[in-house]
Design a protein around this ligand. Structure first.
Ligand SMILES: [Zn+2]
Length: 276
């Protein structure tokens, strides 16, 4: 019954810039004080997020910030500014839980983070990205019950699709899968210690391969120092990549919610995959 997800010709490539805040929650969730050499998470709030917002604004494009609930509690002014500058705020765990959770605990944390983010930005949250990609077979049902319209956690496809998680007519959510190896800064800066100039080259070649083919370019970035793109030279590599992509016809930069809404409105363009 399903055709493969098909984007229209005028969308030669959709580019979604996702910035995973990954502040002190990353350390605190592992029982480490976010101080001294472990203060990279606070760098996100103090330097990386403002620098990335300035860079994106300089290009006149939108992006989505995926924020753990704990980080929004510690840095509410930073998150409020993200929203005030018309960038999307979406959810990213409470303490960046990259470990297995019981179903009740998982639901409680999803709802807690949703409340925290809503309180800070004063509007509904529409999307979620799992910390580390972990999720249960209940996660989508809980998100949908809170009004979320998309998930960006799975690693199983090169194009967006409709993820069916139950038998009911509304048991469907838009999945915006993300490739956390070639289009993520983490492995380059954490494992291979690749210089920013070479990371830029890798990302350009990924874009060249995706443009005009799968046409769906989803980035997972971090505003941290250490293994993120928050520092000046690494932010400049991102800026140079955006300049390169803008030089191609039909490239559409969107925040995740805007593209998820497009997917909802063009359901016949999207493949549906059932995990029910
Ligand atoms: Zn994260």
């Amino acid at each position: 019954m399903n055709q493969r997800t098909n984007l229209p010709e005028d969308m030669r490539c959709v580019v979604l810039i996702g910035i995973d805040f990954d502040g002190p929650s990353h350390e605190v969730g592992r029982g480490i004080a976010p101080l001294g050499k472990h203060s990279w998470g606070n760098y996100s709030a103090r330097c990386g997020v403002p620098r990335h917002m300035d860079m994106l604004d300089g290009h006149g494009i939108k992006g989505t910030f995926f924020v753990p609930g704990y980080d929004a509690e510690r840095h509410p002014d930073t998150i409020a500014r993200v929203d005030q500058r018309n960038f999307e705020v979406a959810a990213h765990g409470y303490l960046h839980e990259a470990w297995e959770l019981g179903l009740e605990e998982e639901e409680a944390l999803l709802r807690k983070t949703d409340r925290i983010l809503r309180d800070v930005i004063g509007k509904p949250v529409l999307g979620w990205r799992s910390p580390s990609g972990r999720k249960s077979d209940r996660t989508m049902a809980v998100l949908k019950s809170m009004g979320y319209i998309y998930d960006s956690s799975d690693k199983d496809y090169d194009r967006p699709y409709r993820l069916r998680f139950g038998k009911g007519p509304d048991d469907v959510i838009v999945e915006l899968p993300n490739n956390t190896y070639s289009l993520d800064d983490f492995p380059f800066y954490k494992f291979s210690h690749t210089p920013p100039s070479e990371v830029l080259g890798q990302w350009k070649s990924e874009f060249d391969a995706i443009y005009g083919h799968d046409r769906f370019f989803v980035m997972s970035l971090h505003p941290r120092a250490g293994w993120g793109s928050g520092t000046p030279s690494r932010t400049r590599a991102l800026s140079d990549l955006i300049t390169y992509m803008k030089g191609h016809d039909g490239v559409q930069f969107m925040d995740y919610r805007t593209f998820a809404q497009w997917c909802q409105q063009h359901r016949d363009n999207l493949e549906e995959v059932s995990f029910a």
